[in-house]
Design a protein. Sequence first.
Length: 639
Amino acid sequence: MLATYRDALRAALLYLLLSVVWLQISGYLLNSFFDSSEELLRWQLINGYAWVVLSAGLIFIARARLLRCLGVGAKLRERSEDRERLRQAAAVFDCTREGVLVTNCEGLIVHVNRAFMEITGYQSEEVLGQRPSLFKSGRHPADFYRAMFATLDSAGEWSGEIWNRRKSGEIYPQWQTIRVIHDDHGRRNQYVAVFSDISAIKDSEHELMHLAHHDPLTDLPNRLLFTDRVEQALTSAQIHKRGCALLMIDLDHFKMINDSLGHTIGDHLLKAVAGRLKGMFDPGITLARLGGDEFAVLAECCPQLVQAAALAQRIINGLKEPFAIDGHQLFINTSIGISLFPSDALSVEQLLRNADSALFKAKSTGRNDYALYTEELTAHAQQRVEIAFELRRALDQQELQVYYQPVHDLKTSRLIGVEALVRWQHPQRGLVSPAEFIPVAERTGLIAEIDAWVMAQACRQMCQWQRDGVVLSFVAVNVSSRLFARRELYQQVAQVLHETGLEPACLELEVTESAVMDDPEVALEQMHRLRELGVRLAIDDFGTGYSSLLRLKRLPVQKLKIDQGFVAGLPWDEDDAAISRVIIALAQSMGMQVHAEGIEQVEQAAFLLEQGCDLGQGYWFGRPLPAAQLDWMHVPVVH
Ligand code: C2E
Ligand code: MG
Ligand code: MG
């Protein structure tokens, strides 16, 4: 029950007095008046405020148990400071622009702030109880996270750049600090991650980098970036033993356009040239504007000069079409200097310098042309590019022909087969040897068409001979090593056999030893497929490659052709004689036929016959000739 009013007032005064004493003991000085609220009194002190409860109920309890009331007051002060700190922390937690995420010791998310939701796009209820791996971008390898946790373990804190994923799926960079929080007993009980979205910084960094490394007019890489790319390309080329080409391109008489039509039109033309050049190249090629009317091209995988020369020709041809600029039709010619790594130069500076001097050469020899670093190379490359260009026409205009060279049985001297050999009847240069154009056709990809055409011709011719009563066991065709491993070869052979109606056993495919041994597993598979068709298989130019006997044994091949290089010295050259003997013995032991090519003298044929060689081919028996000129009656007897 309530006491009298005087009792209550006395109790209150006593309480206040004791509170002051307690506050002084605690090192605080009562400063002035206090604010009040319904339950709490905030006492302003010299160094801040203290919160005390002063309620009627408390006063009456205080009256009876003053000491306990004092204790309550002390507790209240501590709690009130915590509460203040918490309020401040909550305000910081909520207002900060950095995202904050707190996980418990099991790694489950227990708190996130507003900025977290803004940055990630997730609402708090979507992530609470989840693991932070929810935000993984997939950009970092497992090692990255392992190292992060190792640092957290050892140092208690980790800071760094990390790519995470927003709810929208977008990946973004953030700068993140993670700290381990320990409880009163030193046990790890929480992780706090504070992060900021640095995509804007990254973007502007990227923009600055772009500006520093690109030409503002054309947006192509500038000299700085180009030199850097060349440097990288040479390092990689050295490791992978590849060739690179650097082409320096200069527009002929560009100054005249600037002088006569003005710089604005000049700029537009440069932009249009850059655009057209960009459209010409595959991704493996870097195009740059080095300044003025000078562009440069880096071809990172350019093993042969003929490819570099073909690329230069493509650029020259591509820029020949006029440019329509502000109502003007502008024609420009181009000069190109080519320098090759590693044949011309080994360093970036040397490569650039050599391309520059080649460009000077191209300009001084009449412009609108390309030049290589050495004149010899230039002439050679031009000839090959010409061949590549003309071969296309040769195919279209039926300038190619198939010649047939007889193959004889050495024991009986009987003509038992022919090898089909392609020839090019060039309108100006006369008969061109396949040794000259097959390698070019292989590099330009035209070989597929040529080989398909020769095969179809040979099969048709064989059918014709059969109809004419000529008895031949086989017609042999050469298969380029470039096509050997391709799936199309099988289809192509099957189709030709189907179309011509030739019995498969009458067709022999000659594959070079190196084509087989370069990738023996693929070769084995391909050969088995071809054998299933019923065609015969021979290894051409045997002895020039590096065959593994074990692999050779597994190949479904019926014949080895001894390379003519070993036949040339027979029978007097001891090495040639020894090699021929070994090849014959090898073929016999594996149940294969042996066929010697390049037999020009009867002594060679006699030696080979004596050693047990089955078949012979060469000028002594007969030169390759068009089908109509083959002499079936000619039977040279080997003694
Ligand atoms: P190969 O398949 O080893 O053909 C044999 C070459 O030796 C032919 O040269 C032939 O004319 C030549 N030859 C024949 N007998 C003698 C002789 O007694 N003495 C000398 N010195 N040479 C002789 P060819 O016709 O110039 O062909 C060269 C190479 O071109 C062929 O070597 C073959 O690898 C390739 N080739 C020819 N025609 C084709 C074809 O249609 N497709 C493919 N992919 N390659 C072909
Ligand atoms: Mg051959
Ligand atoms: Mg051969």
